[in-house]
Design a protein around this ligand. Structure first.
Ligand code: NAI
Length: 271
């Protein structure tokens, strides 16, 4: 049987989640998706049905990526009509029994455009809640339905380690927490369930979320100038790294922060 993957955080065909889904589908995995309720779930389902994403569904062999099912998912769950992680995991269990791969490709920081010195307590905590605790919670609820040997992946950003002015609102703190949690969760999930936990530190991509931060073009230009590989990172490259980490080829890789196009930050000196 092929592997079954649940990818949390696909809202359209622009972000890393979509690219990861495609690489996993190309490698033969069955794709289940969790999308933020309520508007985004409907938008994704309708767009898929109407063929809006057909061009970007094309896999290397010419076939189209199939998404078996889209689940509403709220990683923060603060309104009664939102669907929390435990309910989603329960629905997946009822529909499919188990999964092999869990991908967390979501983040949110309501005050991301504010410097951390001007960030409110609520803004800071909201960033951590949606971007870091959401992974702990997702793993906690999905691990009981993950097959041994399973693999989980999140997406992080270098602002956790180096100063990236503009990545504010506590989002740098949230990514630092996510990376630290990757280690502790890798230990706990590995010992208890034989499940691997890794995170990919991705370079800048013009996704919906990144455009909302407001300085994505500057991030891309900066990477082009300073990264070891002077090329614009594509979402597919992150997708392929994720497919490798999820596959049996990476069966001994856990607790790793995998960097794609590491940017050596001279930014703090220049800005
Ligand atoms: P995206 O906009 O495609 O994905 C973000 C997703 O988070 C969206 O689907 C959004 O609906 C979802 N989301 C936000 N709050 C949520 C909540 N409370 N519950 C459920 N879903 C929620 O953007 P992108 O950039 O592909 O982001 C995916 C991951 O990649 C994030 O963790 C991001 O921090 C990370 N990343 C992005 C980089 C970039 O330059 N775009 C660079 C490095 C990491």
């Amino acid at each position: 049987r092929g592997k079954r993957a649940f990818i949390a955080g696909i809202a359209d065909d622009n972000g890393y989640g979509w690219a990861i889904a495609k690489s996993l589908a190309a490698a033969g995995a069955e794709i289940l998706v969790g999308t933020w309720v309520p508007v985004r779930t409907k938008y994704l389902e309708t767009s898929l049905r109407r063929g809006k994403f057909d061009e970007s569904r094309v896999l290397p062999d010419g076939s189209l990526m199939e998404i078996t099912k889209v689940y509403p998912l709220d990683a923060v769950f603060d309104c009664p009509e939102d669907v929390p992680e435990d309910e989603v995991a329960e629905s997946v269990k009822q529909d499919f029994g188990t999964i092999d791969i869990l991908v967390h490709s979501l983040a949110n920081g309501p005050e991301v455009s504010k410097p951390i010195l001007e960030t409110s307590r609520n803004g800071y905590l909201a960033a951590i809640s949606a971007s870091s605790y959401s992974f702990v919670s997702l793993l906690k609820h999905f691990i009981p339905i993950m097959n041994p040997g399973g693999s989980t992946i999140s997406l992080t950003y270098i602002a956790s380690e180096k100063i990236i002015p503009g990545y504010g609102g506590g989002m740098s703190s949230a990514k630092a927490a996510l990376e630290s949690d990757t280690k502790v969760l890798a230990f706990e999930a590995g010992r208890k369930h034989n499940v691997r936990v890794n995170t990919i530190s991705a370079g800048p991509l013009r996704s919906r979320a990144a455009k909302a931060i407001g300085f994505i073009d500057m991030m891309i230009d900066y990477s082009l100038e300073n990264a070891p590989l002077q090329k614009e990172l594509t979402a597919d490259e992150v997708g392929n790294a994720a497919a490798f980490l999820a596959s049996p080829l990476a069966s001994a890789i856990t607790e790793l922060s995998f960097t794609l196009i590491m940017v050596l930050m001279r930014w703090e000196l220049e800005s």
